[in-house]
Ligand binder design. Structure first.
Ligand code: FAD
Ligand code: NAD
Length: 480
C-alpha cells in the first residue's frame, strides 16, 4: 500500500528536521525519513550535528576547557585546587547524555507537531515517489508518495587513500569523539575546523598533538590577520601545526600508526598512537535515488539547486550539506525553513552573504562576510578597523585578552562588508555583526550605537570606531 503525505523529508539532521517541523507548522501533513542509529542500534533524529558533530564536539570542548582551566588558569584567579584529575569515562558519559537529551527532544518536537517519523533508508524514485527500506531490509520497501519532497541526506567524512580508517586507531571525527583513553601522541590530517576543534580537546586532556595540513597557508577561509593570530595562539598551546604537509601513506603496527609525509623540507616519518583523518566532508548522495529519477548532481556529488533550493525535478528540493555553500548546521536549518515556506506559497529567501562561521577553539574564531584579502583581490576598496581584546576592560578582568575584532567597510559607502574576530566568546559576539550586516549597517551606524560597559561587545564598537580612525581606547600613533 502506498502512503501519501503533503511533504516527505529525507534526512532528519538540522536541515531536514527543521524543514519537517516548519512544514507541519504551516499545516502540511509531513513525514521525515531517517536512517540514523546510535551505537546501541537505537534510531535517533538530529543527524550528524546532534549525534556526532556540533553537539558532542561542543560538549567535549567545554569539559576539556574546564579541566584545562582547573589545571592551568584557576591559580591566576587566586583559586587553589590541588589534585585535579581527569575522569574521561564521566566526561564521555556526560557528552552522551547531552546528545541523548537533544535527540529525544527532536522526537518530542515531531510528536507535538504531528510529523510522522519513518525509520529507515529512503530512495527517491521517479514521479515524486520514495521507497523506504527498514534497516537492512532487502527487496521491495514501503512506498510513499508526496506532493513535495525535500532531500536532506547531509554529508559524510571524506576518505583518504593514503590513510584508510582502521578500527579505533585511524579514525574520522566520529571515532575521535569516542576515544576510551587519552592518546599519548595524536596525529591529525587536516588543520581545518574539525582538526583544530578536536585537536584542542585532546591537547587539553593531555595528548601531544601534531596536525599535518596540506595547504601552505593556515585557515585560508578566514581573514589572514585573524588566521595569523590563531596560528600563534594554537602553537603557544602546544598544537604542532605543520603546513604544506602531504601525507604519502601510513601503516598500523602494534596499535601505533607510522606516517610518511612530505613537505618543502623533504620526506618525514611520524609515529602516533591515534590518527584522525579530518580532510573535509562529502555530500551523502550514495544510494539516495534511482537513476530513473534523473536528479542532477555535479562531479562532487553535490545536488544541483537554484537559490531557493529547487532541484531540476519539479516539486523536489534539496537542502543542507548536500547542496552548495558552507557545510554548517544553521545554514541547512535556514534552507529548511525557506523551502517549507516556499512550498506553502510564501516568498522566503536567504541572505547567503550573512552566514556566520565559528571555530570553537580557545580563543574562538568567528566571521561573517568577506575577508580583507578577498575584497582587495576582487578590486574592492575598503576601510578597516581593528580593536585588540588586550585593550578591553572586560577581557582583562576575565583574564582572556588574546585576539581582536576586525571590521571591514566599503570605502565609498561605509557599508560593513565583513567582520572577523578571534578572542573570548566570539561565537556569541559574531551575532551582533550578522544582525548589523543583515540590516545593511554602516560602520558609522555601529559607531553611533551604545554598548554596555564593561562588555566584550565594546571591542566590536571600538573596531567600528577604528574604521574611521577614532577608537577611544587605543593610543594614537602618528597623525591622522
Ligand atoms: P546531517 O546532519 O548529516 O543529517 C542527515 C541525516 O540524513 C542523517 O541522519 C542521515 O543518517 C540521514 N540520511 C542520509 N541519507 C538518508 C537516506 N537515503 N534515507 C534516510 N536517511 C538518510 N556545524 C555547525 O554549524 N556548527 C558546528 O559546531 C559544527 N560542528 C561539527 C562538528 C563535527 C565533528 C562535524 C562532523 C560536523 C560539524 N558541523 C557543525 C557540521 C554540521 O554537523 C552539518 O553541517 C550539519 O549536520 C548538516 O546538516 P544536514 O541536515 O544537512 O545533514
Ligand atoms: P575543513 O574543510 O574545515 O578542513 C579540512 C582541512 O584538511 C583543510 O584545511 C584542507 O586543506 C586539509 N586537507 C585536505 N586534504 C588534505 C590532505 N590530503 N592532507 C592534509 N590536509 C588535507 O573540513 P573538516 O575540518 O573536515 O570539517 C568538515 C566540515 O564540517 C567543514 O567544512 C565545516 O563546515 C563543518 N564543521 C563545522 C564546524 C563548526 O562550525 N564549528 C565544526 C566542525 C565541522
Amino acid at each position: 500500500m502506498t502512503r501519501r503525505f503533503d511533504v516527505v523529508v529525507i534526512g532528519g539532521g538540522p536541515a531536514g528536521y527543521v524543514a519537517a517541523i516548519r512544514c507541519a507548522q504551516l499545516g502540511m501533513n509531513t513525514a521525515c525519513i531517517d536512517q540514523w542509529r546510535d551505537r546501541q542500534g537505537r534510531s535517533a533524529l538530529g543527524g550528524t550535528c546532534l549525534n556526532s558533530g556540533c553537539i558532542p564536539s561542543k560538549a567535549l570542548l567545554e569539559s576539556s576547557e574546564i579541566y584545562d582551566q582547573a589545571r592551568n588558569s584557576f591559580a591566576m584567579h587566586g583559586v587553589k585546587c590541588g589534585g585535579v584529575a581527569l575522569d574521561l569515562q564521566a566526561m564521555m558519559a556526560r557528552k552522551d547524555k547531552v546528545v541523548a537529551t537533544l535527540t529525544q527532544g527532536i522526537a518530542g518536537l515531531f510528536k507535538s507537531h504531528k510529523v510522522t517519523w519513518v525509520k529507515g533508508h529512503a530512495r527517491l524514485l521517479p514521479r515524486k515517489q520514495v521507497e523506504v527500506h527498514e534497516y537492512g531490509g532487502a527487496g521491495t520497501g514501503q512506498l510513499i508518495e508526496a506532493e513535495s519532497i525535500i532531500l536532506a541526506p547531509g554529508s559524510v567524512s571524506a576518505e583518504m587513500g593514503a590513510a584508510p580508517l582502521h578500527g579505533d586507531v585511524i579514525v574520522d571525527s566520529t571515532g575521535a569523539l569516542e576515544f576510551s583513553e587519552v592518546p599519548a601522541r595524536l596525529g591529525i590530517i587536516g588543520a581545518g575546523v574539525i582538526g583544530l576543534e578536536l585537536g584542542s580537546v585532546w591537547r587539553r586532556l593531555g595528548s601531544e598533538v601534531v596536525l599535518l595540513e596540506a595547504q601552505s597557508e593556515f585557515l585560508t577561509m578566514t581573514d589572514t590577520q585573524i588566521a595569523g593570530e590563531a596560528l600563534r595562539q594554537f602553537t603557544a598551546q602546544g598544537l604542532d601545526i605543520r603546513l604544506g604537509a602531504r601525507v604519502l601513506g601510513c601503516q598500523v603496527t602494534e596499535s601505533k600508526v607510522e606516517l610518511a609525509y612530505q613537505d618543502r623540507g623533504g620526506d618525514h616519518r611520524e609515529t602516533v598512537d591515534k590518527l584522525i583523518v579530518a580532510v573535509g566532508r562529502r555530500p551523502n548522495t550514495r544510494d539516495l535515488f534511482v537513476p530513473e529519477a534523473e536528479l542532477l548532481l555535479d562531479e562532487w556529488g553535490v545536488i544541483h539547486v537554484d537559490e531557493h533550493c529547487r532541484t531540476n525535478i519539479p516539486g523536489v528540493y534539496a537542502i543542507g550539506d548536500v547542496v552548495r555553500g558552507p557545510m554548517l548546521a544553521h545554514k541547512g536549518s535556514e534552507e529548511g525553513v525557506m523551502v517549507a515556506e516556499r512550498i506553502a506559497g510564501q516568498q522566503t529567501s536567504i541572505n547567503y552573504d550573512t552566514v556566520p562561521s565559528v571555530i570553537y577553539t580557545l580563543p574562538e574564531i568567528a566571521w561573517v562576510g568577506k575577508s580583507e584579502q578577498a575584497l582587495r583581490a576582487a578590486g574592492n576598496d575598503c576601510r578597516v578597523g581593528i580593536f585588540p581584546f588586550s585593550a578591553s576592560g572586560r577581557a582583562l578582568a576575565s583574564g582572556s585578552t588574546a585576539g581582536m575584532v576586525k571590521v571591514i567597510a566599503d570605502a565609498a559607502t561605509d557599508r560593513v562588508l565583513g567582520v572577523h574576530m578571534i578572542g573570548p566568546h566570539c561565537s556569541e559576539l559574531i551575532a551582533q555583526a550578522v544582525i548589523a550586516m543583515q540590516f545593511s549597517a554602516s560602520s558609522e551606524d555601529l559607531a553611533m550605537t551604545m554598548f554596555a560597559h564593561p562588555t566584550l561587545s565594546e571591542a566590536f564598537h571600538e573596531a567600528a570606531l577604528a574604521v574611521d580612525g577614532r577608537p577611544i581606547h587605543i593610543a594614537r600613533t602618528g597623525r591622522r
